[in-house]
Ligand binder design. Sequence first.
Ligand SMILES: CC(C)(COP(=O)(O)OP(=O)(O)OC[C@H]1O[C@@H](n2cnc3c(N)ncnc32)[C@H](O)[C@@H]1OP(=O)(O)O)[C@@H](O)C(=O)NCCC(=O)NCCS
Length: 328
Amino acid sequence: MKKRAVIQAIGHSVPDKVLTNHDLEKLVDTSDEWIIQRTGISERRMCGPGETTSVLSIRAAKEALAHAKMSPAELDLVVVGTVTGDMLFPSTSCLVQAGIGAVNAGAFDVGAACAGFIYSLSVATAMIENGQVKNALVVGADTLTHFIDWTDRSTCILFGDGAGAVVLSGEEDQGRGIMRTVLLADGTGSQYIDLEIGGSRYPTTNPESAKARKCIYMAGSEVYRFAVNAMGEACCRILDEAGLSPKDVDLFVPHQANLRIIDSAAKRLGLSEEKVFVNVHKYGNTSGGSIPLALYEAEHEGRLQPGMLVMTVGFGAGLVWGANLIRW
Ligand SMILES: CC(C)(COP(=O)(O)OP(=O)(O)OC[C@H]1O[C@@H](n2cnc3c(N)ncnc32)[C@H](O)[C@@H]1OP(=O)(O)O)[C@@H](O)C(=O)NCCC(=O)NCCS
């Protein structure tokens, strides 16, 4: 009988430090009013000293395992969707594997920026469905505040740090679990959001690298246009492939980048406000952490009930985008 990958439990982690729009008013020429009106963000979390992506990931993973009542030794796989790993290598998933004591698990990272969780969930689901693994930990985590130019008002207002993790297990198909995924990419748009320094194009050892950007670069309006189209395309495609329509969706959990982007996707799909989960006002854009953090909060607010159809959608640097359909 076909195996389904089913989410057993979710964990999360955000740094304690809160950075409000009023704090940013002291750093750049901006205002609380402008940020709220253009993005919907009021505050975001920011890592303190020693807080790295693996630190947040390990906290989220431990919470998910505790809720799943699963020992780390039962995990066969640890996948971390991140573009802000602790180091270029080893992978952050290996640090997480060691940090939680997943002594029987393989571990790798997935680099799909803000769609990192959607991509990671898709890979782990396929490995469960084909019988290669039984239990997987899937983490989405990023700490982009480490890479922000705090004098650039067009980017510093947008991003925050956060992580979410799910324990995913193979079960006999009973019509629940990760039902379908759509993954898309267009590398011809790679120049619209990037972090140049430290890779093999601009290694820190090369004097030529002095010209490379050391902080996140983003072409805001190009990314905005892409995001609106990408959200609509991924959602329509996944629903179409599943033979469903937007009215079948019980909860829409989009990547939390900008409230205007979320609203335009919800409007295109004809989804009413109560079917759309939003927490961008509290965390800003936490990249790979965004969707699992939203799922965590949705569940804790009682908005995710067994049997509900959940649609996630994300987009990010790459360019990449995609969606998951999950029967809760
Ligand atoms: C970045 C973003 C919020 C900017 O909003 P926008 O409405 O497109 O604003 P614009 O870039 O057109 O700028 C409008 C004006 O506001 C100014 N501005 C930009 N940032 C500002 C800030 N933080 N505070 C005040 N003014 C700001 C601009 O300089 C511009 O001024 P001008 O008209 O005098 O040139 C928006 O483009 C966006 O959200 N893009 C997508 C970002 C995203 O999702 N990235 C993550 C992808 S995973």
